[in-house]
Design a protein around this ligand. Sequence first.
Ligand code: 0L1
Ligand code: MG
Length: 262
Amino acid sequence: MTLEPNVVRQLAEYLENAELEARAVTKITDAHPRIDHDDAYAIQAEIRRRKESRGHKIAGLKAGLTSRAKMKQMGVEVPVFGLIFDYMSVADGGEIDASKLIHPKVEAEIAFVLKRPLRGPGCHIGAVLAATDFVVPAVEIIDSRYENFRFDLTSVIADNTSSSRFVVGGVARSVEGLDLRTLGLVMEKNGEIVAMAAGAAVLGHPAAAVAQLANHLAARGEEIPAGTFIMSGGATEAIPVAKGDAIHVRFQDLGSVSMRFV
Ligand code: 0L1
Ligand code: MG
């Protein structure tokens, strides 16, 4: 850690206010170039404390930057991890008020719900599948608080990995008999196909992202509790959206997820 606790608190307030006021800000490493990963996760934890002190609850956990292309672009080996909160949840087929967001993008993801806790280190795909109650289709709406979505790794971790909204579809499936690597998905924006992917786009297997999350938390003395909802990361590239756009994602074997930006 390089930051004093009062600076962690100031930066959390700076980023959370940007989120709540839908206002883009300069990235925090411009003023604090020596911030490390521990500082960044401490800022994220302070954002959590602020939200929980106002009565919000954690709705789940997420992995981000999970596609090989995005990891290579950012020069990272391990994904980033973030928090999703109750007020970020939007019903399938629902409307999202674009005026409350800065420059949203959507990504299609496979989400896991656990029936048993997961604890690293050494957590692997097999352990994740054994602990999974069911998987559901999901779309994450990311909205970096940084101007022009321009950031570095520590800035984006501190910004709660751009978490903004999420939509979960209604088809829940056991992982038995499902090959999550070859499970295909097709995203349409206003009726046009804009992205296609298979589950393997996420670290070779979406359960690998959940295993890495368990290992990340283990290094902090934490586990993923039973019942946790986890978004495993975008299989498709992130597609920009604006007021008036309709998004529909079809997932092989898992139904579809849709939303409109108004
Ligand atoms: O969920 C994600 O993959 C986003 C992680 C943060 C990077 C971004 O905002 O593009
Ligand atoms: Mg995501």
